[in-house]
Write a protein that binds this ligand. Structure first.
Ligand code: HEC
Ligand code: HEC
Length: 483
């Protein structure tokens, strides 16, 4: 298999290399990597995958930031590749449905209890705030059932400095007396000034020097247990294949991000608009802190001590030994994947639309079908074993969970390093018919608008879309409405 050198170079460019990590690599080390890559080039059809893996593994020390938040911890990480179990069984279709019933991971009683925790409204006594966005996970993950989506957005800001590099803003609160550094999330609510703290002004505001800002749409979490169970290798192979087939034009970027429950371990990110997390437990701890202001064993410090009256960590294990973050993660892991509109999907137009979706190249990023890792595989930096309910399952997410620049990038860098500033994760299209507003900033209101807004790496697909007949375009959109 011939691989052009320019592409090999672009693999370096596109992986999760941030300046600190780059500096940490000695020039000698770089030369060694380049030589090894040259050797790999000469080898088999799988050379690309190995090249990507090699670079990934070579980057053992990468500085990364804990995500939603940009909280102030820097974590050195080791790339932990998932350890895949073997199976000779044919994969089976994952259960789908918007019914809030368990996918088989736990019994309905346990799922009901976890659902209750996901829906629960937290108060100041529980640790809510001091700064926060909402009182329950359900407030933003609700439609059509708990765990799905909503119209709620959140505000992310930052600064591009004069060298074109992204910087996290410094948010000042308490009338300038307190500074929250490294924070790109601006919480829209706060618990004071109040009767107890009449003089504490802690509402976060966008700093005057922030020149980058975006509203980010809430995402669906139903079926995310299956997404978590996709082997990192599968995602790296998608990148390898795409970058090889399409040259520099279309090349999804995988990023390695810290797994909070496996300190020091990194895994290929797949959750959030920037792929800022790889594990649902990590995302739960991050969301509990950054959306609701509630600290846990994995995110034990509030972003400010002003008006804070509850000792950290604010949430601890219950009688069954589970903290709320464990229940959130288990709720999402046990959720069924979003279901199609079966009757619309069966129509002639929707079926033709599905063909068109493939023919014009939408499916290179919005990948229709993925098989999860076999049960028994060890993922999340060694901290989670894929259970039978999630392993070896066929899912239809219509995404390959890689980052792309499709011309809509928000300029913000989270866990993935500076090359991700203008990129976003290809959003899964399962359940997209139930979204009233589309794209990360919800600025596309119809499927047509969403499609023609794609540029950058999706330019060719959009050109193909424009070249369709009116009827074909309509069939494609009917297909999207069936997802
Ligand atoms: C104020 C609204 C809000 C609340 C409350 C909220 N979320 Fe979210 N959630 C979002 C938004 C917005 C995103 C996308 C964030 C991003 O990537 O920038 C998101 C993304 C996620 C994702 C990633 C899904 C995927 O497939 O990529 C998970 C998982 C998640 N939230 C879990 C939770 C949990 C658990 C809670 C409760 C502790 C919670 N969220 C509370 C708004 C919210
Ligand atoms: C190069 C990869 C790529 C290709 C090709 C591509 N997309 Fe996308 N798509 C993305 C990314 C990345 C986003 C998110 C952009 C944003 O939110 O700003 C997106 C967003 C979307 C959305 C909005 C989803 C939501 O939840 O808001 C739809 C619908 C969509 N794409 C459909 C299509 C269709 C139809 C095609 C073919 C004409 C296509 N895409 C081709 C990467 C791609």
């Amino acid at each position: 298999m011939k691989i052009r050198t320019s592409l090999v170079r672009s693999a370096f460019g596109r992986l999760n290399v941030n300046p600190a990590a780059e500096q940490a690599l000695l020039p000698k080390e770089k030369r060694r990597q380049a030589a090894a890559l040259q050797k790999l080039r000469a080898h088999s059809a799988g050379a690309w995958t190995f090249a990507l893996l090699f670079v990934a593994v070579a980057l053992v020390v990468t500085t990364a930031r804990s995500s939603q938040s940009q909280s102030r911890t820097h974590t050195a990480g080791f790339v932990a590749l998932d350890q895949l179990a073997q199976t000779s069984q044919p994969p089976q279709e994952a259960p789908t449905g918007f019914d809030n019933l368990s996918n088989g991971l736990v019994d309905e009683q346990a799922h009901g209890a976890d659902l209750h925790t996901f829906e629960e409204t937290e108060t100041i006594e529980d640790g809510l705030g001091p700064v926060f966005n909402a009182q329950a996970c359900r407030e933003c993950h609700q439609s059509p059932v708990t765990g799905a989506i909503s119209q709620v957005t959140e505000l992310r800001v930052g600064r591009t400095n004069r060298f074109g590099q992204f910087e996290n803003p410094v948010v000042s609160i308490g009338d300038g007396t307190t500074i929250i550094a490294n924070r790109s999330l601006i919480n829209d609510r706060a618990i004071c000034p109040s009767g107890e703290f009449p003089d504490s002004e802690i509402q976060e505001r966008v700093p005057d020097n922030a020149n980058v800002h975006t509203f980010r749409a809430s995402l669906n979490t139903l079926g995310d247990g299956f997404v978590e169970a996709i082997s990192s290798l599968t995602l790296l192979q998608f990148a390898a294949k795409q970058c090889k087939e399409f040259g520099d034009g279309v090349c999804g970027q995988p990023v390695f991000v810290p797994v909070l429950e496996a300190p020091g371990q990194m895994r290929v990110g797949r959750f959030g608009w920037k792929n800022q997390h790889a594990s649902l437990l990590s995302f739960s701890a991050d969301a509990y802190l950054n959306e609701m202001g509630i600290t846990s064993r994995l995110q034990p410090e509030d972003v400010t001590k002003l008006c804070d009256t509850v000792a950290d960590p604010e949430n601890t294990a219950d009688a069954e030994g589970l903290a709320d973050i464990d229940r959130f993660a288990r709720f999402m892991r046990a959720s069924k994947a979003p279901a199609r509109d079966a009757s619309l999907a069966a129509t002639f137009d929707a079926r033709l639309g599905a063909d068109i979706f493939g023919k014009i190249g939408c499916d290179t990023c919005h990948v229709p079908t993925i098989v999860t890792a076999p049960s028994g595989s060890v993922i999340n930096g060694g901290s989670f074993v894929v259970p039978d309910a999630l392993g070896n399952k066929i899912i239809h997410p219509f995404s390959h969970f890689l980052l792309h620049n499709v011309g809509t990038g928000d300029g913000i860098v989270q866990n993935g390093g500076p090359l991700t500033a203008l990129k976003l994760r290809t959003p899964p299209l399962w359940g997209v018919r139930l979204r009233s507003r589309l794209m990360h900033d919800q600025r596309a209101l119809t499927f047509h608008e969403a499609i023609v807004r794609h540029g950058g790496e999706a330019t060719l697909a959009v050109r193909n879309f424009r070249n369709l007949t009116d009827q074909e375009r309509q069939q494609l959109i009917t297909f999207l409405k069936s997802l």
